[in-house]
Design a protein around this ligand. Sequence first.
Ligand code: 3H9
Length: 708
Amino acid sequence: MNGLVSYTKDGDLGILTINNPPVNALSPGVPEGILAAVETAKTDDAVRAIILIGGGRTFIAGADIKEFGKITSGEKKRDIGLHPILEAIEDCPKPILCAIHGTAFGGGLETAMACHYRVAVASAQVGQPEVKLGLIPGAGGTQRLPRLAGVAKAAEMCAGGEPISAADALQHGVVDKIVEGDLLQGAIAFARELIARAGPPRRTRDLNAKLADTAASLVGLAKVREVVNKRARGLLAPTKAIDAIEAAVKLPFSDGLRREAELFKECLFSDQSKSLIHVFFGERAVAKIPGIAKETTLMSIKRAAVIGAGTMGGGITMAYVNAGIPVLLKEIGQEALDRGLETIKKNYAATVKRGRMTQAQMDQCFGRITPTLSYDGIRDADIVVEAVFEEMALKKKTFAELDKVTRPDTILASNTSTLDIDEIASTTSRPQQVIGHHFFSPANVMRLLEIVRGKKSSQQVIATSMALARTLGKVGVLVGNCRGFVGNRMFHPYQREAQFLLEEGATVEQIDGALVDIGMAMGPLAVGDLAGLDVGWRIRKEYAHLTPKGERQPLVADRICEMGRYGQKTGAGWYRYEPGNRTPVPDPEVGKLIEDLAGKAGIKRRKITPQEVVDRTIYSLVNEGAKILEEGIALRAVDIDIIYINGYGFPPYRGGPMWYADTVGVKKVHERVLEFENQHGELWKPAGLLKQLAETGKKFADLDAAKE
Ligand code: 3H9
């Protein structure tokens, strides 16, 4: 028809195949191609039924997400234009059968539901993931899905965004049949059955049986709404999706569509949706490393070794064995090794208890771990991940040993969170094989992997690390070598400002509360308690000689550690904790300590507003992030955003710290940073890049766009 949609015939069947790789998104030309092909089939007297199928690896993965940005920026005037096409499909007097493999997501499922029948292969998935982009289904999904699957299931799918399997879809009436073997042949057979039945096309919009009991539907919907309200934490789209489904219950189909369109538009033009779309493309952009060719030969990682069975080593081991890669787990003493294995076992047992893994899966994963106290067998490892104590001397000693006992081609990765990767690499005869793999705790859960490029890390080692991150189910982000790399380097001023605010008059709960209120997963002080305050204390001591003389230092953190308050693990930190309970409880003792220390230092305490808490902490991230960009430590602003979303609990619907600055307006952020510089001095000196962007009216996103 137009290259994107082809039209062929098989006897009395018209077959429409969509060819828009990689995922058959409904990009401009695809809907038009479908429409033209439907028209051709409709007017061809020899055709008695029509099949719509996807070419390549999938059916339709949805609307083309890139188009949304063009609409909201005003570059494109009209909407995505799917309604008339779906109407034409549904109106077609000849039965149209949709054949699904891969994913029928978003506009893909909406197209499928406008067809009269649906078949799918068993491995197919269908879903309305729009909420993950801050949207709701905008092409009839909220009106047709309840008619097929019932109100509760539709609400769960549209507000939760999770896909369902073909079997689930069959059970809920979203598909009519699961095809064994070849999809097209199965679809052809089904289409011929339809012709034989000679019934009128079955139009989803007319299937009202599942909506007949309005009262029961509204009760079901209210239950889902309650769950969604609890889970949504500031997210707009999930509740809008429920509103749209409510319209399906209360209004005739065409009015419901109109209501859906209004709600869709509200979502589309929201900052939340723009941010979430930025994150969608950002997560894919970080995998693209300038200067490293796509075709770089990757090393095959079949076996790994992890050095150190502490919290990080244990979590890293789990990440590997979960991905099917066996691990040799080395410790120096039997007791530490046993403790490490016990913790891994306990973590798995908890996962089994929660129903997220079967006992057999747990046994299989655990069986992939070979515990050891020696280096025997380490020559089989394709990669070694060092996760010993965060101390340069120990890391260097470990790498010097690893250099001798491993194969020369083995990748030597350090899980250091702050230390100089080049200094570590210098103790080996193969710095090109050395790289940082900075996992985030708990390493088996957190999605972020900061991949720290040393001066000499080879392209192959970098490319292999990026691919390995994906195998491990992580988002790998390549960063440069500096103290704390990207994430922890930015976290330092963020934590520092939180503590200065304490000294100036805020309470621990006010600071954490203000940041949780803007969507952060946890406040900075509760995070400190979770991670262990002693970790930062040790690092501060290690780097004490580098701190410029006279620079304002937080007064309380060291004192808290001196009191043995290391956070959750000691039952007290910034908060206190009841035994066996991780819920932070405000502790007046800490409040008093802060007041005492601030008083002694002559700091005048005042009322601090939540807005000041947010500006001081988040803009400290932005200012440091701008310096990091300037220095080339991060490749793009979006890389920083992806790091903060996946490793530091930054709310995806705010797009990450650099995107947040763009949303607020870089000029405004710069002005506020200048105010803070006036009030608090040198530490707040604006990054040159921040100043430059503010003066030229540009955004961080413009810098990224210029690099594409
Ligand atoms: C929608 O449909 C709204 C409707 O209600 C209509 C309203 C009017 N558009 O993820 P991958 C690109 S909203 C544009 O690496 P995988 C992706 O950027 C949409 N591009 O592959 C990447 O490009 P690159 C609802 C898209 O196998 C390449 O394709 N649908 C789209 O790991 C490969 O992607 C969704 O939200 C798209 N829709 O995963 C589904 N999808 O190579 C979004 C992908 O240049 N997509 N690309 O980096 C996905 O969830 C995954 O891509 C999928 C495949 C599971 C399909």
